[in-house]
Design a binder for this molecule. Structure first.
Ligand SMILES: C[S@@+](CC[C@H](N)C(=O)[O-])C[C@H]1O[C@@H](n2cnc3c(N)ncnc32)[C@H](O)[C@@H]1O
Ligand SMILES: Nc1nc2[nH]cc(C(=O)O)c2c(=O)[nH]1
Ligand code: SF4
Ligand SMILES: [Mg+2]
Length: 235
């Protein structure tokens, strides 16, 4: 089954969340069932980007062509990769190569292949995104992924978002929980200003977290790749 692929890149480092710093390739799929106001990958769904329908075996070839032997981990992101049934076969083929596989999804659409993934990042969306979380759906995700290597990662832009994150963490206290700085200027090429703003936002988020008795077991992280490369694509 073919998968609409927006870009394949790497090796680079996973810049976010539970396996931050892990050397990885990226496969970015096209299409999303959400339209977050601040999405840093709008080109995957707003019609400005061009995707290519690829068979899983062709994606493996492309990963090998670009990455050579210098990787053993593949991250699948998007868009929402959970829109695509064919990713099950891609994950199988990656595992045949003895590559580990990570996924980034907002947890709005379930796929059975999710249980085969080695590191699963669920990123439900806070109020500033303009999206609404279906908590019954999210409950199902958390239930189905119990005992798997899954985490929750919430992007924070304001205090409303932080309150949303607190509720989420209280609802799923046993799931590793990550807070991530929001990038409100994902178009700028002025890296000096961007990094200085993002570090300020990180300090703000750290301050909120250290003051919150609900967040005693949360991890607060920046987007490492944005600090290193700014808004550059394909890194
Ligand atoms: C582009 S999304 C693709 C995967 C999936 N649609 C999702 O949202 O989880 C990858 C990650 O980037 C995060 N993200 C998107 N826009 C962001 C921004 N402006 N600042 C910080 N993180 C952002 C998302 O929350 C998600 O964790
Ligand atoms: N280096 C790097 N790390 C990332 N972590 C999540 C990303 C994404 O866009 O899903 C991403 C990305 O695009 N690049
Ligand atoms: S769910 Fe992810 S890809 Fe979709 S609009 Fe939101 S941040 Fe962008
Ligand atoms: Mg990104």
């Amino acid at each position: 089954m073919k998968i609409p692929v927006m870009e394949v890149f790497g090796p680079t480092i996973q810049g976010e969340g539970m396996v931050m710093g892990q050397k990885t390739m990226f496969v970015r799929t096209a299409g999303c069932d959400y339209s977050c106001s601040w999405c840093d990958s709008k080109f995957t769904w707003d019609g400005t980007g061009k995707s290519k329908a690829m068979k899983p075996a062709e994606i493996i070839e492309e990963l090998e062509r670009i990455g050579g032997h210098a990787f053993s981990h593949v991250t699948i992101s998007g868009g929402n990769p959970a829109l695509h049934k064919g990713i099950g076969e891609l994950v199988e083929l990656c595992h045949e190569q003895e590559w580990k596989v990570g996924i980034e999804t907002q947890a709005s659409i379930w796929q059975d292949w999710l249980t085969e993934i080695d590191d699963i990042t669920l990123s439900p969306k806070p109020p500033s995104s303009g999206m609404k979380t279906d908590f019954e759906k999210l409950d199902l995700f958390i239930r189905n992924l119990t005992g798997r290597n899954a985490s929750l990662k919430v992007v924070i832009f304001d205090e409303n978002d932080f309150a949303y994150a607190e509720n989420l963490h209280l609802r799923y206290p046993d799931v590793p929980f990550f807070l991530q700085v929001g990038n409100d200027d994902s178009a700028t090429s002025d890296n000096t200003r961007l990094v200085s703003n993002l570090l300020e936002c990180y300090e703000w988020l750290v301050n909120l977290t250290v003051q919150s008795s609900i967040m005693n077991n949360a991890k607060v992280l920046p987007q490492l790749h944005t600090l290193v490369w700014g808004n550059k694509r394909g890194v």
